[in-house]
Design a binder for this molecule. Structure first.
Ligand code: NAG
Ligand code: NAG
Length: 449
């Protein structure tokens, strides 16, 4: 009986220290950093890291959680020498009484990421010089080839100085921080996803399989709602299940408009799509599109930015009634701390474009039946005669309807407005052969500029 009880306690003690919400939060904070690095939106004091070509998505692993919990139970002060496993440590000393241990999961992950913010991240080449700058926990977090994590936590009671101590241990596989290897390989996002993985368009991370966007029971971390660009009709896609997760970051922070990098990411995402279409290189869900003869190059526009930012500031839940502009909306919910809004411009653009990948692109004539296939944001992105874009972003804070998760709203405004019924999205024909007057062909992109 005693023995059974002991076994039972051990099992509980080794597996149940972090709640499932906190496990998810730890995973989310890791993937948020990894996604930013992958998409070239991770910055340290205004210096942006180059995009990553091979960043894997991390998920929770119960075997690693068990080994991490077992080591946490020893109240360690240094790293274990477990072979073949990456390991991050976090110690919290406090004079306050220690209540629930759950809050230390997110706190640890945030603290590790902060090593980059404090000490910088000068090179992707991992050697003792880089390690000695104090970023060893952060580089393990960002190690591109790592895809599994499990963590444990222990209240270690009072230490010699009378302070209460909590220990958090995370274990990782494959292990990172190999001497003389790269933390990640820079290059186009997802361009070197390892075999057996493919690109998740929303995060820029290499995942085991394509996300099942319409399956609401998939256990990922956030909700994306895509509102159709056609006013008054909207479609709701729940990519992921909701979780009540503690937010660790001050939500009242005031964020301004997109910075230059954020704007450029949006313009580039649009023009990359447009250029591929113009040159006949765009493949929508397996079908190659004809070359485009009249595709204009998009430019950022300050007054569209103002109108979009003005509307984003209202934390909209549906389309505006502003006349004569095209409008794409993107909402993002996350239980993770959201510290950098600039990444969401590129993410929104990628999500809109993925409509063509998910639903195909049957016809160049814009009709209601085409719109109803769910590609209305993507067609506005690709609308040939649209040449101006401006976007705004707003951190809308906790959303009671989503378990208190933080909501971010992105609004892009376009001119001329696209998605006119019965008009062509673009004219097919030799690249640049029908550039509108006042524009000429930019050979490198195949766009009329
Ligand atoms: C970034 O700026 C902060 C505040 O000025 C500073 O404390 C920190 O050390 C800087 N980080 C790097 C990597 O230079
Ligand atoms: C992680 O941080 C802990 C606590 O600051 C430190 O003791 C440990 O050496 C760091 N680990 C790595 C791999 O840098």
């Amino acid at each position: 009986m005693h023995f059974l009880f002991l076994v039972f306690t051990l099992v509980l003690g080794t597996n149940c220290q972090f709640s499932s919400g906190t496990q998810q939060l730890i995973v989310d904070i890791h993937n948020s950093l990894r996604s930013k690095v992958a998409t070239g939106t991770y910055s340290i004091n205004d210096t942006v890291k180059p995009t990553c070509s091979n960043m894997r998505k991390i998920s929770w692993d119960s075997t690693l959680a068990t080994s991490a919990q077992t080591y946490a139970n020893t109240c360690p002060t240094t790293h274990s020498n477990s072979a073949g496993i990456g390991e991050n440590l976090y110690m919290r000393m406090t004079t306050a009484n220690i209540g629930g241990l759950d809050i230390y999961g997110g706190a640890a992950a945030v603290a590790w990421e902060q090593e980059f913010q404090k000490f910088g991240w000068a090179t992707n080449y991992f050697d003792m010089n880089l390690f000695n700058t104090g970023v060893g926990n952060a580089t393990q977090m960002a190690w591109a080839k790592t895809n599994l994590i499990g963590c444990g936590v222990k209240n270690c009671g009072k230490d010699a100085s009378g302070m209460n101590r909590v220990a958090v241990v995370c274990h990782y596989k494959p292990l990172g921080n190999y001497l003389d290897q790269l933390v990640y390989v820079s290059g186009f996002t997802c361009s070197q996803c390892p075999t057996g993985t493919s690109c998740d368009q929303t995060t820029g991370l290499c995942i085991k399989e394509r996300p099942k966007i319409l399956n609401p029971s998939s256990s990922l971390q956030l909700f994306l709602f895509f509102f159709s660009a056609i006013k008054n009709t909207f479609r709701l896609e729940e990519t992921m299940q909701t979780l009540w997760i503690l937010s660790l970051v001050c939500l009242g922070a005031v964020f301004a408009n997109f910075n230059e990098g954020g704007k450029q990411a949006i313009v580039n995402a649009h023009n990359n799509l447009r250029s591929k279409i113009a040159k006949g290189q765009y493949v929508a869900k397996g079908t190659k599109k004809e070359t485009g003869s009249n595709m204009l190059k998009l430019k950022w526009d300050g007054s569209l930015e103002s109108s979009a930012q003005g509307y984003a500031n209202t934390c909209p839940t549906g389309h505006s009634t502003i006349p004569s502009i095209g409008e794409n909306l993107y909402y993002y919910w996350s239980g993770s701390p959201i510290t950098n809004l600039d990444q969401f411009g590129g993410m929104a653009s990628a999500a809109w474009e993925s409509e063509f990948q998910d639903y195909g692109w049957g016809s160049n004539k814009f009709t209601m039946s085409l719109a109803n296939t769910g590609i209305g944001h993507a067609t506005q992105m690709a609308w040939a005669l649209t040449d101006k874009i401006g976007c705004g972003i707003k951190m809308c804070g906790p959303d009671a309807s989503k378990g208190g998760m933080n909501r971010v709203a992105v609004v892009c405004h376009y001119k001329i407005q696209g998605n006119y019924l019965f008009k062509t999205i673009y004219n097919s024909g030799a690249t640049c052969s029908a550039c509108p007057s006042g524009t000429k062909c930019e050979q490198s992109s195949g766009l009329c500029a």
